[in-house]
Design a protein around this ligand. Structure first.
Ligand SMILES: [Zn+2]
Length: 176
């Protein structure tokens, strides 16, 4: 073999670990858990639900919300009174009920959708929190249109999903 070729191969071999390390870095992080949500049961809020999911996807990397109307584990529905709520195990399974009367009162439907998704991702309510928090829900009033989780909320969800579906929770319960 030509010595120059050997030298070139050796150089590539030396260079490879650096290139590989860069390429492999994302895969060596925690695996992503994909959760499927269906929004066909809430036809008036399709765009808002997608935006709420997108806001979570932009904030966390351990868990990803993907729309799929068959075999989804998170299902949106519309109701017309009583307040929006979700029945969820707090770990990727649940039914979310969006109340059209709350939207008529002035509450932002994207914020409601993102808030209820937050419950399905494991977060509790924190009604006394500021508008910058998603889980403050209706607490800050109708003027609050924020539909993105705070950094602390995102960090909490990230930690809850670091082991994917491994964490088991108590059975489903209702939360507003
Ligand atoms: Zn809530």
């Amino acid at each position: 073999m030509d010595v120059r070729v050997i030298g070139r191969i050796a150089a590539l071999a030396l260079a490879a670990p650096v290139g590989l390390a860069i390429a492999v870095a994302p895969a060596s992080a925690a695996a992503v858990t994909t959760l499927y949500y269906s929004s066909s049961g809430a036809p008036d809020y399709l765009a808002q639900i997608d935006q709420g999911a997108a806001n979570w996807n932009a904030a966390v990397t351990d868990v990803k919300l993907v729309k799929r109307n068959t075999s989804a584990t998170i299902k949106f529905h519309e109701i017309h009174s009583g307040g929006s709520y979700t029945n969820t195990n707090g770990h990727g399974r649940g039914d979310i009920y969006l109340d059209t009367s709350q939207v008529a009162e002035g509450f932002d439907p994207t914020r409601i959708a993102a808030h209820e998704l937050g419950h399905n991702l494991g977060l509790p309510d924190h009604y006394t929190g500021p508008c910058t928090e998603l889980m403050s829900g209706h607490g800050p009033g109708t003027a609050c249109k924020n539909a993105k989780p705070s950094a602390a909320e995102a960090a909490k969800v990230q930690s809850l999903w670091v082991n994917g579906f491994a964490v088991t929770r108590a059975e489903s319960r209702n939360v507003a």
